[in-house]
Design a protein around this ligand. Structure first.
Ligand code: NI
Length: 151
């Protein structure tokens, strides 16, 4: 595994739309291991592939400080319920925290790194994180959705 550079707001790659993964191979596994290592070192909750400069539809997340990981390839939100406003941050936008409205709960369909279909169910912070990471895959940053009206 190797730590990768986290791209920062202002860098063009963060504003691109990522492409679906079509090859579930060793290269994909290596990338996802690198993303996990990068996420842990940065002490974040979620990291999307464009944040390490790779325009592929992948994110990783951890909600227990790096003990266990959620991995999602080609994730799609298939159900969203309710709404909740909570502050968010992003490893690509250091020192920024803004309130964002997200669904209270979501169901996400995706694939694991081996190409097996998976279903992720989440609420609260985890649901917001999944939405935030999937936004990255479409070139959207949480500051675009900030409801403070100061941006
Ligand atoms: Ni982010």
């Amino acid at each position: 595994m190797a730590k990768r550079r986290i791209y920062q707001v202002g860098e063009n790659v963060l504003r691109q739309v990522s492409k679906p993964v079509t090859e579930f191979d060793d290269k994909l596994s290596a990338l996802m291991d690198d993303m996990i290592e990068t996420l842990v070192i940065a002490d974040g909750a979620g990291l999307a592939a464009p944040q390490v400069g790779v325009l592929k539809r992948i994110f990783v997340a951890t909600f227990d400080g790096g003990k266990t990981f959620v991995e999602a390839v080609n994730p799609v939100i298939v159900k969203a319920k309710g709404s909740k406003v909570a502050p968010e941050g992003c490893l690509s936008i250091p020192n920024a925290r803004e309130k964002v409205e997200r669904p209270r709960s979501v169901v996400v369909e995706a694939f694991d790194r081996h190409g097996n279909p998976i279903t992720l169910k989440a609420s609260g912070f985890e649901a917001a994180c999944f939405c935030h990471e999937i936004d990255h895959l479409d070139g959207i940053l949480f500051t675009d959705r900030a409801i403070n009206g100061k941006r």
